[in-house]
Design a protein. Structure first.
Length: 253
């Protein structure tokens, strides 16, 4: 069984109050909820950027809200990190196709943990191309995780077309895991940091696969590449700006 970034998953069971509590904590107040169910919440953060949140119960950290990023441009979409299970992933696919009239052309997990790949099989069954770093594919194999279709591997960087624009996936070094990558969409100057990046005020979280000695330097490289990023989305918690990179560096220094 794959762990999430905050511990080992159990089957989540939601209540309305829990869902509301997680929603209040997980999003910027000036963003817009465009979809909400017991399994999935979607926030629109900018013209082309959505934050999807699904939920995972963990042994060590309780009920955890897990972020992913959805980029939509000219009726095409890319998903970075799947929702945590098949049901919530199907809801996201349905939202893009039915509400946004969009076509998901790719899904990319940012590392091998369960909160990034928990719903990957649902995307594959819908004939959506899945991309992952060679390191991620290797670590999934070590964990015995198999999928019905092969994942498209890449070394340290990947460029994906979305409409007339491009999105970038890049590896800067070890941190939360050996394989953690980030995504960047220039049109909205937005970084999806996944679990490599912490929300301001967060604890260090699950470190079972981490390289804590390398973590800060890895994030410094990201800030050097994107010093004026407008928005940064972490793997868990509240999106913000470049201060999330600064906080993560300080946390692991």
């Amino acid at each position: 069984m794959l762990v999430s970034c905050n511990g080992a998953p159990n089957k989540p069971k939601h209540t309305d109050q829990q869902l509301n509590d997680q929603t209040e904590k997980a999003f910027k107040t000036d963003s817009l909820i465009v979809y909400k169910s017991d399994n999935l919440i979607i926030h629109r953060l900018s013209d082309h950027i959505y934050q999807h949140i699904s939920f995972l119960n963990t042994n060590d950290f309780g009920r955890v809200a897990c972020n992913g990023m959805l980029v939509v441009y000219e009726n095409e979409a890319i998903v970075f990190d799947t929702p945590t299970d098949d049901e919530s992933s199907q809801e996201l696919i349905n939202y893009v196709s039915k509400k946004l009239n969009g076509n998901i052309r790719a899904v990319v997990p940012t590392h091998f943990h369960g909160d990034c790949v928990g719903g990957l099989e649902t995307f594959l069954k819908d004939n959506i191309s899945a991309y992952a770093s060679n390191k991620t594919i290797e670590l999934l194999g070590v964990k015995g995780k198999e999928f019905s279709k092969p994942l498209n591997g890449f070394a340290d960087s990947l460029t994906l077309n979305i409409g007339s624009k491009k999105a970038y996936v890049e590896y800067y070094g070890e941190g939360h895991t050996k394989d953690n990558v980030i995504a960047y969409f220039p049109q909205d100057n937005t970084i999806f940091g996944g679990c490599l990046i912490k929300e301001v005020g967060a604890a260090k979280g699950y470190l079972g696969d981490a390289n804590v000695m390398a973590w800060s330097n890895t994030v410094r490289k990201i800030k050097q590449k994107y010093p004026t990023a407008k928005m940064v989305i972490p793997g868990h918690g509240i999106a913000g700006g470049i201060e999330l990179l600064d906080y993560t560096v300080k946390l692991f220094d």
